[in-house]
Design a protein around this ligand. Structure first.
Ligand code: NAD
Length: 285
């Protein structure tokens, strides 16, 4: 099946980024979220991000306008019936994703691949929520999607080789480089990254250093583009906590227990940049 129209479920940070990149290479995009506000935020985020590329002269105004015009939004998941390939990028919650995949399985034409952008949840279990587990795959984009080159490709136990190959070809069409991971909690990238971020929270919680000290130490001391607490605010502290819980439950080792300070920030609604407050304050940004 040729892929002309891609469905993106969730218009948040990742969904909007995936929609933007797909539209920029000429694909039609249908993006769904739970309400009109979320769709409007997704539309505004794509417009702003394309505007930045135009300003930096990495894209013409004409191409940016054409890309934006290729993205349609809907509050009804049934709109995914038109998609040739679907990427789910809704909130990191297994029950929610299982429900979405059960619905997508009924809505989408037979043969349509259902990919998930989950950061950590079992592809095998998400696949088992459908009657097409061989066509369910992990397609893990990095944040921010228009900038980050990697897509981590994860096959569940039932994912077919054709599904994996088609997904890899699509990722490459979007200009991404693919790395592969087996289907275990956190896959490769977050299995390694999240414990580091969690440990940075422990260092803050135990008063080993201020947030600025921890970030400066790791940024300049280990040559990373930003410190782990700044990165956590970019990712979303709710997402970081959800991933740590998947690692803790899935691997059963106490070394993955989420830091109480991370839990407390999420309890307070301090989700990072997207909510205006995380480890740092973005209310003026
Ligand atoms: P986000 O909070 O910015 O966006 C999630 C969106 O999903 C929200 O707009 C929400 O309204 C929507 N949503 C919730 N339920 C829905 C439903 N039933 N149908 C449609 N939309 C629904 O989160 P995000 O950072 O974009 O993360 C989305 C997914 O991408 C998660 O699985 C996350 O683990 C993964 N991911 C995140 C990052 C990151 O750095 N933030 C990186 C890679 C992967």
């Amino acid at each position: 099946m040729s892929i002309d129209t891609i469905g993106v479920v969730g218009a948040g940070q990742m969904g909007a980024g995936i929609a933007q990149v797909a539209a920029s290479v000429g694909l039609n995009v249908i993006c769904s979220d739970i309400n009109q506000d979320a769709c409007d935020r997704g539309h505004a985020a794509i417009a702003k991000s394309l505007g930045r590329l135009v300003k930096k002269e990495r894209m013409s105004q004409e191409d940016a306008d054409a890309a934006l015009a290729r993205v349609r939004f809907s509050t009804d998941l049934a709109a995914m019936s038109e998609a040739d390939f679907v990427v789910e990028a809704a909130t990191e919650n297994e029950g929610l994703k299982a429900k979405i995949f059960g619905d997508l399985d009924r809505i989408c034409a037979p043969g349509v691949i259902l990919a998930t952008n989950t950061s950590s949840i079992s592809i095998t279990r998400i696949g088992a929520a459908t009657n097409r587990p061989e066509q369910v795959v992990g397609m893990h984009f990095m944040n921010p999607v228009p900038i980050m080159k990697l897509v981590e490709l994860i096959s569940g136990i039932a994912t077919s080789e054709t599904t994996a190959a088609t997904t890899q070809a699509l990722a490459e069409r979007l200009g991404k480089t693919v790395s592969h991971s087996k289907d275990y909690p956190g896959f490769v990238v977050n299995r390694i990254l999240m414990p580091m971020i969690n440990e940075a929270f422990y260092a803050l919680y135990e008063g080993i250093g201020s947030a600025e000290d921890i970030d400066t130490g790791m940024k300049l001391g280990t040559n990373q583009p930003m410190g782990p607490l700044t990165l956590a605010d970019f990712i979303g502290l709710d997402t970081c906590l959800a991933i740590m819980r998947v690692l803790h439950e899935g691997l059963g080792d106490a070394k993955y227990r989420p830091c109480p300070l991370l839990i407390q920030y999420v309890d307070a609604g301090w989700f990072g940049r997207k909510s205006g407050r995380g480890v740092y304050d973005y209310s003026e940004a």
